[in-house]
Write a protein that binds this ligand. Sequence first.
Ligand SMILES: [Ca+2]
Ligand SMILES: [Ca+2]
Length: 292
Amino acid sequence: MNPALRQTVCFLVISTLLAVSASAQLLVEESFNYAAASSIGSATTAGFSGNWRYLGTPANVTAGSLGYTDGNGAVLGTSNNQLEVGDDRRAQASFDTSGGGALGSYVDGTGNIGADNTTLYLSILMQCPTGTAGFAAFELNRDSDSDSERVMSIDLSTLNHGGSSNYFFTTYSGGFVDTGYDLSTSGSTTQFFVIRFDFASGADTFSVYANPTLGTEPGEPMVTGTFSDLSFDRIGFANFVDPGTTILFDELRLGTSYAAVTAIPEPGATAAFAGLAALVMGLGFARNRKAR
Ligand SMILES: [Ca+2]
Ligand SMILES: [Ca+2]
């Protein structure tokens, strides 16, 4: 290979690796890498601190992952198992909010995730096999596990939304529903939601995507709005009110970009590197043959 070409190829390899690392910063991933059992157990995974906590009976871990394929046929990356929350229980876990933790650059002055002038993306898979529920929700809380400190949820709640069987993005104040935003999707199949948080010095902005395309942020979210303070430090997986229902959760992701939390397990960094490495080797081989 002539030196100029070799330089070009090296530049391509390095710039590709840099571009990949800059664009896809997945910070926390909860894929439920726990054994299928009647209890999720106590130990949390990377990105969290402390143990899982329960209101009522512990949530189950069931074998296999929920799955999602977008309108273009792209398949969301999944791994390990999933969480099943039966009626009358809630599992909660706190994020690692230390300065050196995965979410360290998002931690504000009060130890919550929501530093001014930062943008954070969160994605979650949910499925309610019965299609409706009195109250079944993925929740974010701040400072306490109690309902009074709940910030928001993505939920199915005939109780809170006038009997609607649609999924809603709901904000809370002092333990009560502040506003419910209709996500215009329902049913017993798996749902994929992405929330974009734009944290500001005053009210924070949320944008929620329901069953969107993977990889590239759509131009228009399903719902968007502002709320006084969307900062949080813990998650909850809850199911109350409606005996006989269960709700499944999987693949919670927090990241710096839309692409990071809507991962498609294809070419990616490894394959791009392998392709360029093959090119380098191929060119080197061609040069050696020529030199003979
Ligand atoms: Ca999983
Ligand atoms: Ca704020």
